[in-house]
Design a protein around this ligand. Structure first.
Ligand SMILES: NC(=O)c1ccc[n+]([C@@H]2O[C@H](COP(=O)([O-])OP(=O)(O)OC[C@H]3O[C@@H](n4cnc5c(N)ncnc54)[C@H](OP(=O)(O)O)[C@@H]3O)[C@@H](O)[C@H]2O)c1
Length: 353
C-alpha cells in the first residue's frame, strides 16, 4: 500500500472517529490511524462504545509488530489512566511506536497526561494537527467536559411563518416523514432528549429513537427527560412506557429557579453528572425560550415546512427578548433540504457580557 502523510492520516482518523457518535458517552469519539516507519497504514480504529477498546488499542491490534518505530495519528490525546480499559499511553510505548501525532489535547483531568507520559518514555509527540476538524467532530464531548454541562441542541419544527402548532393546538405533523426520520437519526446521536411537561400533556410523545415505518427501537436509546416543576406528568404518559429510561425532573429534585420552576442550569449540571454529554431539547416553545434566555443552547436545528398557518403558537416563547436590539443573533452553519422541508442549523452568537 502507498504511504500517506500524517495530515492525510489525521483526516482519516477524524472520519473514523465520527463512526462512534452517539455510542461512546460518557467517553469521547476517537479515531486512530497507525503508520509504519515507511508511512504505510498498518492499523485503523475508532472508539465504538463506552467500555469497549479505545481507538489506539484497536489500531495497535491490527498493526501487531508493524507498529514498531511507526507513528500513531490520533484525534484526541491518548489517555493516561486505567478506567474500564488500560492506559493507551502505555500500550503505545509497549508497542514501540516512535511518534504520536495528536489533534486535540484531552481536557478531562482524569484521563489527560498521555502526552507527558509518552514524551517521558522517549516518544516524539506532536499536538494540534487538523485540530479544528477534530474539535468539530467531537464538539459535544469537548464542550461538555470543558465547562461541566452537556452540549445542548434545540430542535424544533415550524411552518414558514414560524408556527409550531395550529390555532386549535394540533401540531402533528408539521413536517414531512423525511424530516421526522432525520430527527430520529439526530436522537440517536445524543445521550438525552428533553421536553417540557407542556409538550407531554399536549402531544404525549414517546421521545424514543426508532424506525418511523415499523416502530423498531434503535439499540441505543437516549435518556428521556421531562422538565416538570411540580410532577404533572401523567402516570400513563407514553414517556413512561419502559421503552427507554425516563427521568421526570421536578423542582423538588433538581432545585427551583427564581420563578419556582426547574432550575435549568442545575438540571444540566445533574445531567452531566449522570454522564450526559450531548442533549437534544425537543419541546416546546416555553421551555426552549427559557433555555435560550439563560444562554444554555449551543446549537439550533430548525425544520421549516413549506406551509403557512397564520395563527397558532410560535416556535419560541419568552426568550427574554423585548426589543430588536436584544434579538438573539445566529450564525447559520448549514441549510439542507430534507424531503420537502428545510433543515437549518445555526449557532447562537455569544452575547457581550
Ligand atoms: N413544533 C415543535 O417543534 C414542537 C415541539 C414540541 C412541542 N410543540 C408544541 O408545543 C406545545 C406545548 O408548548 P409548551 O410551551 O406548553 O411546552 P413545553 O415548553 O414543552 O413545556 C412548558 C412547561 O415546561 C415546564 N417547565 C419546567 N421548568 C421550566 C422552566 N425553567 N422554564 C420554562 N418552563 C419550564 C413548565 O411547566 P411547569 O412549571 O408545570 O413545570 C412549562 O409550562 C404543544 O402544542 C406542542 O405540540 C411543538
Amino acid at each position: 500500500m502507498a504511504s500517506v502523510s500524517v495530515d492525510e492520516a489525521m483526516r482519516r482518523a477524524v472520519a473514523l472517529a465520527t463512526r462512534g457518535l452517539g455510542a461512546t458517552s460518557p467517553n469521547p469519539v476517537v479515531g486512530c490511524v497507525l503508520l509504519d516507519p515507511g508511512g504505510e497504514v498498518v492499523g485503523e480504529g475508532f472508539h465504538a462504545y463506552a467500555g469497549g477498546p479505545h481507538a489506539e488499542i484497536v489500531a495497535l491490534a491490527q498493526a501487531g509488530t508493524r507498529a514498531r518505530g511507526g507513528t500513531a495519528v490520533v484525534t484526541l490525546e491518548p489517555c493516561d489512566h486505567t478506567g474500564r480499559t488500560g492506559p493507551c499511553s502505555h500500550a503505545l510505548i509497549a508497542a514501540g511506536v516512535a511518534r504520536v501525532v495528536v489533534a486535540v489535547p484531552d481536557p478531562n483531568p482524569v484521563a489527560s497526561g498521555g502526552a507527558a507520559t509518552l514524551r517521558a518514555a522517549g516518544v516524539q509527540v506532536t499536538l494540534g494537527v487538523r485540530a479544528e476538524e477534530a474539535e468539530a467532530g467531537n464538539v459535544a464531548w469537548l464542550t461538555s467536559m470543558r465547562r461541566g454541562w452537556p452540549y445542548l441542541i434545540w430542535k424544533y419544527a415550524a411552518t414558514l411563518d414560524g408556527r409550531s402548532a395550529a390555532a386549535d393546538g394540533t401540531s402533528m405533523w408539521i413536517t414531512s416523514e423525511a424530516a421526522r426520520t432525520d430527527v430520529h437519526a439526530l436522537r440517536g446521536t445524543v445521550d438525552a432528549v428533553l421536553a417540557g411537561v407542556g409538550t407531554v400533556l399536549a402531544d404525549d410523545p414517546r421521545l424514543t429513537a426508532r424506525n418511523l415505518r415499523d416502530g423498531t427501537l434503535a439499540i441505543r436509546q437516549p435518556l428521556r427527560v421531562v422538565v416538570d416543576s411540580s410532577g404533572r406528568t401523567p402516570a400513563d404518559a407514553r414517556v413512561r412506557d419502559g421503552a427507554a429510561r425516563t427521568w421526570v425532573a421536578t423542582a423538588a429534585e433538581v432545585g427551583a429557579g427564581p420563578d419556582g420552576r426547574v432550575d435549568l442550569a442545575a438540571l444540566l449540571a445533574e445531567l452531566h453528572h449522570r454522564g450526559v454529554r450531548a442533549a437534544l431539547l425537543e419541546g416546546g416553545p416555553t421551555l426552549a425560550g427559557a433555555f435560550l434566555a439563560a444562554g444554555l443552547v449551543d446549537r439550533i436545528v430548525g425544520y421549516v415546512a413549506p406551509k403557512l398557518l397564520g395563527a397558532g403558537p410560535t416556535a419560541l416563547l419568552g426568550a427574554g427578548v423585548t426589543t430588536i436590539a436584544e434579538a438573539i443573533d445566529l450564525e447559520i452553519t448549514d441549510v439542507t433540504q430534507v424531503g420537502p422541508d428545510l433543515r437549518i442549523t445555526a449557532l447562537p452568537r455569544k452575547r457581550e457580557a
